[in-house]
Design a protein around this ligand. Structure first.
Ligand code: ADP
Ligand code: ZN
Ligand code: ZN
Length: 731
């Protein structure tokens, strides 16, 4: 008798045994439908059918034969998941302390977690024989059919083109297929190569040669270059070389918003390459098809957000992580992975190079580069001959008091741009009209009933919104506490800034780009297009605008309210602020027009701003690393957190105390801190507390966590949700 050991999406850290008559080792990695839950006879819960993955096949089970249920069906609609992919999932389960079944199923695209039919590979229609032969057999009066054959003689019909054909023409095409005159098959890879755009600079050539030396073996390259130094161009060249050797490339990017631009770049530069996009906002069919193409080796370039880190590759040759420092590579729920780290793991097991690309690397990566674990490649000049790094000016608000959020020198600088017909970006990383509504009479302020957070005023829709849980309510007409009708919005978000700029610069064309204005699908692209077409003079944007985009005519970036990030409690705040400001500064002066960045601040002497003014990431990084070393923070120690959430803080704390009581005795080099509430203690009605752990040794921290985690599942956890977060970035 054969036993299939199956991973199921269940929060317990083991596999489930099923009886499977004909299962063989070839079925390892196959998706399978199995019964799960108690039998009707033995309990009140009914049995349901769930999907799983066969991870092992063996002869013996510790479950007695009469209790062993048979599998229902093996899904053979796609190739089995490779041993490499299964090993990747196993690695994640071990490293992130998550049940293997949960990990495996959550790493699959949603469609593959169901037994619904899979999308077929992309198809094309082409002639089976020379057109002359086919035409000779067709009657003269079959005009439309003859035209169709002539069309096919010119070019194959792609699936997309097929869908756009008139039904009548589609019917004729079907007849041709039936007659054997037309064949449906998959487009092969065409080797039309790479279209180089500029001659490379000396710096670029040197870097490319150095990286090329490691092709075919594992090495982590940190490509550290100022914004506009031609980093993208470098990886395009390396991708070209990888494709030429017949291997696949995985490119991870931080934001969905950046995919269209990159997709365009790839399709124009690699006309023959098959490109698969992977992110959460695409149709299920498209995403699944791209995934399957990558698995079968039929996608040459896979581009996507963090979830693309799990796409299987038949024949990988290179991995690129663009903006490797970006916080969005860390998933903050479910499997709390860091896609950059997963990518490095994959490159190491596949024995291929990986490129981490950034103008402001994460301090983790930078420290590895300084200690030669990663190879550091610096680019210090802008590639475009006339482009220079923007000059940074710090405007002291103690000398120039802001009016309606804007101080006079910045207002003048904007006015100058308007007369010159150049664009300005006003950067304010806070959306909404005002961060809070208040009552001057009794000091009431708008707060979320479900979170420890303020409700943000959204004036256009007359709503108060919680930016953490999504709670929304109408703006009250009078104070709920004292009845005062004169409620005041406090502070300034992008919407309020927009209206004060409109008053100040009548006639200027304003465009606000933030998560609210771009909520509907495709609207961000449409807005970016407006900017490129020169149909906007002043852009008002949050961090959505800070990344990746090129605006030729943008010469001024005005940064408002960056001070808010200077003194945050989170030790990563200054690293993030610097990266963000350097990035947004990099939007100015990318082409021939010189750019300027004006920062409005009360603390112009702050070392972070001083480093920004001289674009001195290295100096900034050195000083922050020194502080981190002294204070025992990452990258000099490794961290993990055990978190508990419950409706009352008491319950959550009690759970953590119980957990601490069963923590392994042997805490070899691991420091376990006392339970504390999280920085946002209440979120969506749940009280959140955590225990943070640190160790100078990652393996010792891992050993400790593994031992602890294995006993956690026995702990009573009624009304409590708990999880480990490894390498946490939010506290
Ligand atoms: P980064 O990724 O470092 O921000 P990009 O690769 O996007 O920089 O290059 C910035 C700009 O410089 C782009 O417009 C690009 O086309 C141009 N560029 C890149 N390499 C060269 C080169 N060798 N010569 C001229 N222009 C270049
Ligand atoms: Zn009041
Ligand atoms: Zn809330």
């Amino acid at each position: 008798m054969s036993i299939a050991r199956v991973a199921l999406d269940v929060p317990v850290p083991f596999l489930f045994d099923y009886h499977a008559e004909h299962v063989t080792h070839d079925d390892i990695g196959a998706r399978v439908i199995v019964p799960f839950g108690r039998n009707k006879s033995s309990g009140n819960r009914t049995e349901r059918q769930v999907i799983g993955i066969i991870v092992e096949v063996c002869e013996e089970s510790s479950i007695t034969r009469d209790k062993l249920k048979p599998i229902i069906r093996i899904l053979r609609d796609m190739p089995t998941l490779s041993p490499e992919w299964l090993a990747l999932a196993q690695f994640c389960a071990n490293y992130y302390q998550k049940p293997i079944g949960e990990v495996m199923l959550s790493c699959l695209p949603p469609r593959l977690r169901t037994d619904r039919p899979l999308p077929a590979p992309e198809q094309r229609f082409r002639l089976a024989r020379p057109a002359t032969e086919i035409l000779a057999m067709l009657p003269e009066r079959a005009l439309q059919k003859r035209a169709l054959v002539a069309q096919l003689a010119n070019a194959n019909i792609s699936e997309v083109a097929h869908a756009a054909l008139e039904p009548r023409v589609r019917a004729l095409l079907r007849e041709l297929v039936k007659a054997g005159d037309v064949i449906i098959d998959e487009p092969p890879r065409s080797d039309s190569g790479f279209i180089a755009s500029h001659p490379l600079t000396l710096e670029q050539t040197t870097v490319i040669n150095a990286i090329r030396e490691t092709s075919g073996k594992f090495a982590v390259h940190l490509l550290f270059g100022i914004t506009g130094s031609g980093k993208t161009e470098i990886y395009l060249h390396l991708i070209a070389q990888t494709l030429a050797s017949g291997r696949q490339v995985l490119v991870l990017i931080p934001e969905i918003a950046l995919t269209p631009a990159l997709q365009t770049a790839f399709t124009t530069r690699f006309p023959g390459a098959r490109i698969a996009i992977q992110h959460s906002a695409m149709s299920e069919n498209e995403r699944t098809r791209g995934w399957l193409d990558a698995q079968r080796g039929r996608a040459d370039i896979v581009v996507g957000t963090r979830l693309a880190a799990f796409v299987p590759l038949a024949n990988p040759g290179l991995v690129v992580v663009d903006e490797e420092q970006d916080a969005s590579f860390k998933q903050q729920d479910g499997l709390r992975y860091n896609a950059r780290d997963i990518a490095i793991y994959r490159a190491s097991t596949a024995g291929i190079p990986i490129l981490l690309v950034s103008a402001t690397p994460s301090l983790e990566s930078y420290q590895h580069a300084l200690t030669q674990r990663y190879r550091l490649h610096r680019l210090s000049i802008r590639a475009h001959a006339e482009a220079k790094l923007p000059a940074v000016r710090l405007i002291d608000t103690r000398q120039h008091a802001p009016k309606h959020g804007l101080c006079a020198p910045i207002a003048e600088a904007i006015a100058t741009r308007l007369t010159r017909g150049e664009q300005t970006l006003v950067f304010l990383n806070r959306r909404g009209y005002a961060p809070v509504l208040s009552c001057p009479a009794c000091a009431w302020i708008s707060s979320c009933p479900d979170c420890s957070a303020h409700l943000v005023v959204h004036l256009a829709e007359k709503r108060l919104r919680c930016h953490h849980c999504g709670h929304a309510e109408n703006v009250p007409r009078h104070c709920p506490q004292c009845g005062n009708v004169d409620l005041q919005p406090l502070g300034r978000g992008t919407q309020r800034l927009e209206s004060s700029l409109a008053e100040r610069f009548p006639g200027a064309r304003l465009l606000r780009i933030d998560a609210d204005s771009t909520r509907s699908r495709g609207s961000l692209e449409a807005m970016l297009d407006e900017v490129h077409q020169g149909r906007a003079d002043i852009l008002i944007g949050t961090q959505i605008l800070s990344k990746g985009h090129h605006f030729e005519n943008l010469t001024l970036v005005a940064v408002l309210n960056a001070d808010a990030g200077l003194f945050a409690a989170d030790y990563r705040a200054s690293e993030r602020l610097f990266a963000q400001l350097e990035q947004v500064a990099g939007r100015a002066g990318r082409a021939s027009l010189p750019g300027e960045v004006w920062v409005q601040t009360r603390f112009p002497g702050h070392p972070l701003y001083q480093a920004l003014a001289s674009h001195d990431y290295a100096g900034f990084a050195q000083s922050v690393l020194k502080e981190r070393r002294q204070a025992d923070f990452p990258p000099f120690v490794f961290e993990a957190a055990l978190r508990a959430e419950s409706e009352t803080q008491e319950h959550a704390l009690a759970f953590l105390q119980n957990a601490l009581a069963i923590a392994p005795e042997n805490q070899d080099d691991v420091t376990v801190f006392q339970p504390v509430p999280m920085a946002l203690p209440r979120l969506a009605r749940m009280e959140r507390v955590q225990v943070v752990m640190q160790s100078p040794s990652r393996p010792r921290l891992q050993n400790f966590l593994r031992a602890w985690n294995s006993s956690m599942y026995g702990l009573p956890a009624k009304g409590v949700r708990w999880h480990f977060d490894i390498d946490p970035t939010e506290f």
